[in-house]
Design a protein. Structure first.
Length: 185
């Protein structure tokens, strides 16, 4: 009897606009996932209240509970994000705050993590992705080194650029093939 293992990747999109370029990138990755990999875009980030320890308990907000459950049930975590004012969008910082709690036991702990995406600047979201990796590492994620797909959307339709799409899918493949190490107790 053969058992197939599906690698599950939770995808958090940093732009809340329905037709944002980064949402379209995430949808492209979902549609072009390698065999044996399923990607789920975690919806509802706009419904997660700003983290406040006073509301995080036995009756945490439903949107925060759903976010934690989606990430906890995934094998990997991928942020697809633009850059806002040289850093990570607030919605993703807030997600990391919720995912890092309870301290030392959050849903992000030990989860292989990468950040990719695009922005209409020459830097392609470089700082946003660096900040995402830094924050996720502090929160306990295993940041996959060498995953870089910070795309500039200055020249035309990025989704029509075969080389850019290849880099984005390559980043996903690197995340999926990462050998995770057991989380420290």
């Amino acid at each position: 009897m053969t058992t197939s293992t599906q690698t599950r990747v939770a995808v958090l999109v940093g732009s809340l606009r329905a037709d944002s370029l980064n949402r379209r990138i995430a949808e492209h990755l979902v549609a072009n996932a390698p065999e044996g990999v399923s990607l789920e875009i975690v919806e509802g980030l706009d419904q997660v209240p700003f983290y406040n320890e006073e509301i995080d308990g036995a009756e945490a907000p439903a949107a925060a509970v759903a976010l934690r459950a989606a990430v906890a049930s995934a094998d990997r975590l991928l942020f697809v994000t633009p850059e806002y004012n040289g850093t990570l969008p607030a919605v993703l910082n807030n997600a990391i705050d919720w995912l890092s709690r309870p301290y030392g036991q959050g849903a992000i702990k030990g989860k292989p993590f990468a950040a990719v995406g695009a922005t209409p600047t020459p830097y392609g979201g470089k700082w946003s992705h660096e900040h995402a990796r830094h924050s996720a590492a502090i929160a306990g994620a295993q940041v996959v080194e060498g995953v870089v797909a910070s795309e500039s959307a200055l020249n035309g339709d990025l989704l029509a650029d075969a080389a850019a799409l290849e880099r984005l899918v390559g980043a996903l493949n690197a995340l999926v093939s990462h050998e995770s190490t057991p989380a420290a107790a």
